[in-house]
Design a protein around this ligand. Structure first.
Ligand SMILES: [Zn+2]
Length: 244
């Protein structure tokens, strides 16, 4: 007997139920902060958002916390405030780490550069963007809303549950941007990248670390920063159990 189920929508394709889609094929996002009212709050443990209840359940199982709905008009309407400050991840290659500088205005992205030249829009690409040379000057300008801030994107899988798919972490951290070139170099080195080839996947930890100190003037400073530490190569075909 022929199986004609595949033709059931042939005459009325618009009625075919859509497969669930997540924008840009990410199953969830790792976030190091949240909004409390209108105030941004930085978190000591990872917050993960997803639209998929199965992913949410697995995250809660692996990292602690419980899935709850949160107020968003995006599709990742479930959040898990986990108990984990650190998680082991798989980064496919250094191409999965991207960084640029962005300033958003009322009408969207108004300054998009690499610190030296514009990256977009197309007609400005490659032109000098006018950002200050020194990091501190860039930070000051960004703080006053007149200059772009870092926008770092990392795409990864969870080492403990790679089957879930890709997650994304976006960060505006100046601390991360300062060391990002060494992270990228580590991913390339450990993954065995060459001039010609991109190299293989690596295991790394993605952590939220607290930095606290007292300044010479006696002021207490405390802030969190995201840290990526490359550990080793990742072998996709992991043995199921240690043969002891
Ligand atoms: Zn710029």
């Amino acid at each position: 007997m022929a199986n004609n189920i595949g033709r059931i929508w042939e005459t009325d394709p618009d009625s075919k139920p859509r497969e669930r889609q997540f924008s840009e094929d990410f199953v969830g996002r790792f976030r190091s902060g949240r909004l409390v009212g209108k105030q941004p709050e930085s978190l000591n443990e990872w917050r993960v958002t997803t639209g998929d209840p199965v992913v949410a359940e697995k995250i809660a199982e692996l990292m602690g916390g419980a899935a709850e709905e949160w107020d968003t008009d995006k599709e990742d309407n479930l959040e898990i405030l986990t108990d984990s400050a650190s998680v082991e991840i798989i980064i496919e290659s250094s191409h999965k780490i991207d960084a640029s500088m962005k300033l958003f205005g009322m009408s969207g992205l108004v300054h998009h550069c690499d610190g030296v030249e514009f990256l977009s829009p197309e007609e400005d690409k490659g032109q000098p963007c006018g950002c200050p040379k020194l990091l501190q000057d860039r930070k000051d300008k960004a703080k006053s809303g007149r200059g772009p801030k870092p926008s770092i994107d990392v795409v990864f899988k969870l080492a403990d549950a790679p089957e879930l798919g890709l997650f994304r972490f976006n960060s505006g951290s100046w601390e991360l941007v300062k060391v990002l070139h060494t992270v990228i170099a580590d991913v390339d080195k450990v993954g065995g990248a060459t001039e010609e080839a991109t190299g293989g996947p690596v295991r790394a930890t993605l952590s939220i670390e607290n930095v606290s100190y007292t300044t010479k003037a006696g002021r207490d400073v405390s802030y969190n920063k995201p840290v990526i530490k490359v550990l080793s190569t990742y072998e996709a075909a992991q043995p199921l159990a240690d043969a002891a």
